[in-house]
Design a protein around this ligand. Structure first.
Ligand code: SF4
Length: 324
């Protein structure tokens, strides 16, 4: 991993939302609260956590749909933290695939128009060259023959096909970096594996870096090289996917793994395990270790001091006092 080319580097990034409260006050929602993370070219890093953990905000910050209030984002060696003027350059290189294929496509545009729009914005090719690029992208996402789909509208496609169009729209610009935000959570179970497999193959072919955002840690097994587990705006565990899944260290990671539904159909009526305690709120996060109100191993120290990241085995890091 150390010899791979760094594509994007987040350094102690903080992204807060400020919500008005009354006439003169605002509340800070600390969605991302000091995250450092690197994605290399050709690598997939999965960001795993419950809803409210800040993972979508982190993805939007990485592609600069949101501007961080602190920290640095370095993309291909260039500081893009507060980039304003030359955004078109970065937009071409970094794309986002959204969670909801039902709302992320304009219902009044045909598939051809949806896929041609980014090419026109970025002044790529003449009409016949664009037609070729679009046909290739549709074939790559297994919507073939392309002619069958070009004049259709999104509502004429299944959820899985719509998400494939979303992937094709990201691909037409040949980006170096993609943030895939829960790309399979809203489509039927039968299409999920196919979409992830498709993304994996395309990523390998074009050596893209992918940030794969998911609440379902089980899907990372086939799709990611590294896992970053996020809790209340911070990364609490990071390491190679095989090591994290085989030997989850942080009590929160273990709870996430226990919350995965049993794939055995004979066990489908068993109660699904859930993570104990209140779901997290990024407004006024607890002091010390943020997981302490839900952690069965919490001590007095955990309530006062925030644990540092330590390397427990090669490349496998955790922030928890159990591993000092
Ligand atoms: Fe639990 Fe303490 Fe570890 Fe936090 S630092 S996860 S509260 S044991």
């Amino acid at each position: 991993m150390k010899t791979m080319e760094v594509l994007i580097e987040l350094k102690n990034v903080k992204t807060y939302y400020f919500i008005p409260k009354g006439l003169f006050k605002t509340i800070a929602v600390r969605a991302v609260d000091g995250v450092s993370l690197t994605v290399h070219r050709g690598e997939t890093v999965a960001i795993v956590g419950e809803s409210g953990s800040g993972k979508t905000t982190l993805g939007k910050t990485a592609v600069r749909l949101l501007e961080p209030i602190a920290g640095k984002i370095i993309f291909e060696g260039k500081d893009i933290t507060h980039l304003k003027g030359d955004m078109l350059w970065f937009r071409r290189k970094a794309q986002m695939i959204f969670q909801d294929p039902f709302t992320s496509l304009n219902p009044y545009m045909t598939i051809r128009q949806i896929l041609e729009e980014p090419l026109i914005i970025h002044k790529i090719g003449d009409p016949s060259e664009r037609e070729e690029i679009i046909a290739k992208a549709l074939t790559e996402v297994k919507l073939s023959p392309p002619e069958e789909f070009l004049s259709k509208y999104p509502h004429m496609l299944s959820g899985g096909q719509r998400q494939k169009v979303g992937i094709a729209r990201a691909l037409v610009l040949r980006p170096d970096f993609i943030v895939a935000d829960e790309p399979v959570s809203m489509i039927d179970a039968s299409s999920r594996a196919e979409i992830l497999y498709l993304l994996r193959n395309i990523q390998r072919e074009y050596k893209m870096g992918i940030m794969y955002i998911t609440h379902d840690i089980a899907t990372t097994k086939y799709f990611s090289d590294n896992i970053a587990v996020m809790y209340l705006g911070k990364i609490v565990e990071f390491g190679p996917t095989s090591k994290v899944l085989k030997n989850p260290l942080h009590p929160y990671t273990r709870a996430l793994m226990e919350a995965v539904p049993d794939p055995d159909p004979s066990n489908r009526f068993k109660e699904r395990k859930v993570i104990p305690g209140e779901p997290p709120s990024p407004i006024n996060p607890p002091s010390g270790c943020r997981f302490h109100p839900r952690c069965p191993y919490a001590t007095e120290r955990c309530k006062k001091e925030e644990p540092k990241f330590v390397e427990v085995e090669p490349d496998h890091y955790v922030a928890c006092y159990l591993y000092e």
